[in-house]
Ligand binder design. Structure first.
Ligand code: INI
Length: 159
């Protein structure tokens, strides 16, 4: 619109490193999310040397790990990948809630964008569908979000 400053992020490699934290729990799916995320970054020109992959036991461990990385000042954006599958007990809700709320808090506190590539699903089939089968690859989507947000926040800081 005329006279109005509009800003958004571009899907560019930009500068700084990209950190990917992936949980080993349900790693048959997690590895596919990781492949999608790395592919998304590489296809947009991010050199392999600028990508760091860190593995944690489960989704519950993602926030503290992402927080330490965010506080290091080495990353333009971080990508959290995991798979939480609903079981017969309330455990799913506790793990999923702590994970998603924790990741959000890290992004707000650190001002480093955190892309949420954590699947919360009812079945392994739903997870596979979202990790490269019928419903795209949420790891790839998270990587594109990380690229866009890294560029947007860089622009906002310099606007
Ligand atoms: N971790 C996951 O990443 N996904 C799950 O589905 C899951 N379930 O269902 O229990 C899960 N639990 C482990 C949790 O993330 C921690 O690693 C564990 O509690 C140790 O802190």
């Amino acid at each position: 619109m005329k006279g109005i400053l509009e800003l958004d992020g571009a899907l560019v490699a930009g500068e700084g490193n990209f950190g990917i934290v992936v949980s080993r729990f349900n790693d048959i799916v997690g590895d596919r999310l990781l492949g999608g995320a790395v592919d998304g970054l590489r296809r947009h020109g991010v050199a392999a040397e600028r990508i760091r992959v860190v593995r944690v036991p489960g989704a519950f461990e993602l926030p503290v790990t992402v927080k330490v990385m965010a506080e290091s000042g080495q990353y333009g954006a971080l990508i959290a990948l995991g798979v939480i599958i609903r079981g017969a007990t309330p455990h799913f809700d506790f793990v999923a809630g702590a994970c998603v709320n924790g990741l959000n808090q890290v992004a707000l506190d650190s001002r480093v964008p955190v892309a949420l590539g954590v699947l919360t699903v009812d079945t392994l089939e739903q997870a596979m569908d979202r990790a490269g089968a019928k419903a795209g690859n949420k790891g790839m989507e998270a990587a594109l979000c990380a690229l866009e947000m890294a560029d947007l926040l860089r622009r906002l800081r310099h606007a």
